[in-house]
Design a protein around this ligand. Structure first.
Ligand code: SF4
Length: 703
């Protein structure tokens, strides 16, 4: 008989369910029948009381009529029908055991999410390695942060997205933001950029579109999609030529500059202008503003990172920040703006194919020993590195060999590149289990759907884009027959014969073991307690002991490589996995609306957001639109080598004339990821979401 976790005491302060800004929110808990009211927490020092429209409307999810409230299982007719927890869990465990016995442990796959709390991230990694014994676990953060992580680890020896608090932004004299539309994706962060501008700072934005963020910039660089790396090398060329680099800093704090110098001296302004579309005068202005400012930041986001050369692109921007001597100085440095709610913690604690808790690596013997000791197992029993997210999904079914998939908090059918192929793979599974609060495009393929607590109902920790660990507090009780993901893992582990390793009855109990498992790792959380998080409004990792103050700023004295120096690596521009040609002559790039979050699996259930943005619009330049007879509201079919999607046209001069844009929040015929390709970064295995080659194949009048 299953036993759910004990219900916690409710609070009124918690954090938004969505993005990595993790705004503090205050919920009033007025009664079962009324919708809860949500306001920004004025005392949380990251959002200072501000929220975006997703945050204001987030309480609509809590008592939502379409909330999943009972386990569902396919019946004899193939329909998903209500069932009991015991029946569902018994069925899953029996199938997993049968698959393991017939095809081997790696035939059971696990897929996690950057939205999971640290406690769930940690336990999911442990569940995969111990209870299932499979190497094949990865998560959707691979689609989000892996290139930023690869670049930062290579250069700094550590990957913390922003190595300084968000409040440093307002003090920077110059900021270059590359490939991020934060005014739409995390609007409350704009308060820090606006204050920076009010203090006289320069704000520059690199983006193929004149986004809401680019409109606020002193300088907008409308770059050709996929050419950010060439631009970064070109800017470094100018910095060297104009003697604007910081030679003493390079000599004392970095390695590798000479090799970088040799490569970037091939990136003359005229050559870079041909690749990027950015004029020489503009490039020189950017370099001078950055170099001559006493404090300057370079920040990247998905526009620069979601490429088959994402790690090298991040590396090129870090090279520039290091050569200008900015990293580790006050209100200066390089940072990357994490996307998902726990995009930072989610990539540190073991749900990634190559990773163990504390940002340890599964292929390093000392790391395996440290974690195995906490888990009380033989290090040799831990599986080795498994497949990365797209490769794992592409290996589903009889051909690839992964026969079951256990999905926690990820809508892979919409979020993955070449989405139609991933849909086929999901349908070919012997067992697909989805744990979620609402039905989505992935769970419709499932054999079993397990209804779980959602954000407002659960306790746990998340790590925001600054590296600040925060405490998510429960503000509402879940529906009666819904379970915590932690509870599900305990119940399944028990049925798989490993119950003693998963006997946790609260998130706090998981957190205590998690702290021990991170001790001594790069991402050391061992000094963090729930009480500290409440008292201090979050604690920045690393925090190796309870009397350690945490680490808001990294790199002031040293980098994390053994010799304390940053490592510069020479990188070259190269073509995207697929470039426009005669058959598919246009660039296609994807992004977000301010009204929706990722695959839309939550926000499409919020009436107000759905009314504001019910469908995907295709942004197209007026000149290109005219050539195709497209006007505002036309229905346009766009085709790549992988499939077709249909959008409603939005004619807008904010985009380059050779580029189309659509959001990736929608499924079905509007699924932008049906068009995106399967090229992967060789280091991070990041898919190339930001550039595909497409053509317009059909135009019909609007409805
Ligand atoms: S979605 Fe992000 S920016 Fe908007 S309220 Fe939530 S945490 Fe804040």
């Amino acid at each position: 008989m299953s036993v759910a976790l004990t219900l916690p005491t409710l609070s009124s302060r918690t954090h938004c369910p969505y993005c990595a800004f993790q705004c503090g929110v205050i919920m009033d808990n007025e009664g079962e029948s009324e919708a809860m009211r949500v306001t920004g927490d004025p005392h949380f020092p990251v959002n200072n009381g501000q929220l975006c429209i997703k945050g204001w409307t987030s309480s609509a999810l809590i008592r939502h009529p379409r909330r999943l409230t009972t386990p569902l299982m396919r019946d004899a007719s193939g329909q998903l029908s209500p069932t009991s927890w015991d029946e569902a869990l018994d069925f899953i465990a029996e199938k997993m055991i049968a698959i393991r016995d017939q095809y081997g442990a790696d035939a059971n796959g696990v897929f996690g999410s950057g939205a999971l709390t640290n406690e769930k991230t940690y336990l999911l990694g442990k569940f995969a390695r111990l209870a299932l014994g499979t190497a094949n676990i990865d998560y959707n953060g691979r689609y989000c942060m892996s290139s930023a992580a690869g670049g930062a680890n290579r250069a700094f020896g550590i990957d913390r997205g922003m190595p300084f608090p968000v409040s440093d932004i307002e003090k920077a004299e110059a900021i270059l933001l590359v490939g991020g539309n934060v005014a739409d994706t995390l609007p409350p962060i704009m308060q820090w950029f606006m204050r920076q501008k009010q203090r006289g700072g320069k704000f520059m934005v690199v983006d193929p579109r004149k986004t809401m963020t680019a409109r606020e910039a002193d300088l907008h660089l409308p770059i050709v999609p996929g050419s950010d790396l060439a631009l970064a090398n070109g800017l470094l060329y100018i910095a060297i030529e104009e003697n604007l680099i910081d030679r003493p800093y390079i000599d004392t704090r970095t390695n590798g500059f000479d090799a970088v110098r040799q490569v970037v001296l091939n990136y003359s302004p005229s050559m870079v202008e041909r690749i990027t579309g950015i004029g020489e005068n503009m490039m020189r202005r950017v370099v001078r503003w950055l170099a001559q400012a006493s404090s300057a930041m370079i920040l990247t986001a998905r526009g620069a990172e979601q490429h088959s050369k994402g790690v090298d692109t991040v590396t090129a921007w870090i090279n520039l920040a290091l050569a200008l001597g900015k990293v580790g100085k006050p209100a200066s440095g390089f940072g990357t703006l994490t996307g998902q709610g726990n995009g930072q913690g989610g990539r540190e604690h073991g749900q990634k194919a190559d990773q163990l808790p504390g940002y340890r690596l599964i292929e390093v013997d000392a790391h395996r020993e440290a974690v195995a000791k906490v888990w009380g197992v033989d290090p040799a029993s831990l599986p080795r590195k498994g497949k990365s997210a797209f490769e794992l999904l592409d290996a589903l079914g009889p051909t690839g060999g992964i026969r079951s998939l256990f999905v926690m908090g990820s809508n892979v059918a919409v979020a993955s590149p070449h989405a139609s192929r991933i849909g086929e793979r999901l349908r070919s599974l012997d067992l697909l289990v989805v744990c979620d609060a609402f039905q989505n495009e992935t769970s419709t393929h499932a054999h079993v759907v397990l209804p779980v607590y959602q954000w407002a109902e659960e306790e746990g920790t998340l790590t925001n884009l600054e590296g600040r660990v925060i405490h998510r507090r429960p503000v509402a009780y879940p529906p009666r027959n819904v379970r915590s993901d932690l509870d599900i893992m305990r119940e399944l582990a028990d049925r798989l014969g490993h119950g003693e390793k998963f006997a946790f009855h609260s998130p706090a109990e998981v957190f205590e073991e998690f702290r021990r498992a991170t001790a001594g790792g790069v991402a050391d959380y061992s000094g963090i307690t729930y009480a500290r998080l409440d008292r201090e409004d979050g604690v920045f990792w690393p925090c190796p002991s309870e009397d350690h103050p945490g680490t808001p700023r990294l790199f002031q004295d040293r980098f994390q490589h053994a010799d304390g120096r940053a490592k510069m690596t020479a990188v070259e521009h190269r073509a995207a996995g697929e470039e426009p040609d005669d058959a598919y002559p246009l660039w296609f790039t994807t992004g977000r609306y301010k009204e929706h979050y990722n695959s839309g699996a939550q926000t499409r259930f919020v009436d107000r957001l759905d009314k504001l943005k019910p469908s995907a619009k295709l942004t197209i330049h007026p000149q290109l639109a005219k050539r195709h007879g497209i006007v505002n509201g036309s229905r346009v079919t766009v085709e790549s080598r992988r499939g077709r999607a249909e959008f409603v046209a939005e004619v807008d001069a904010s985009i380059r004339v050779d580029t189309l844009f659509a959001p990736f929040h929608y499924g079905g015929t509007q699924c932008a990821n049906v068009l995106t390709g399967t090229a992967l970064d060789p280091i991070s295995r990041m898919p190339e979401f930001k550039v595909s080659a497409v053509r317009i194949v059909n135009v019909r009048p609007g409805a």
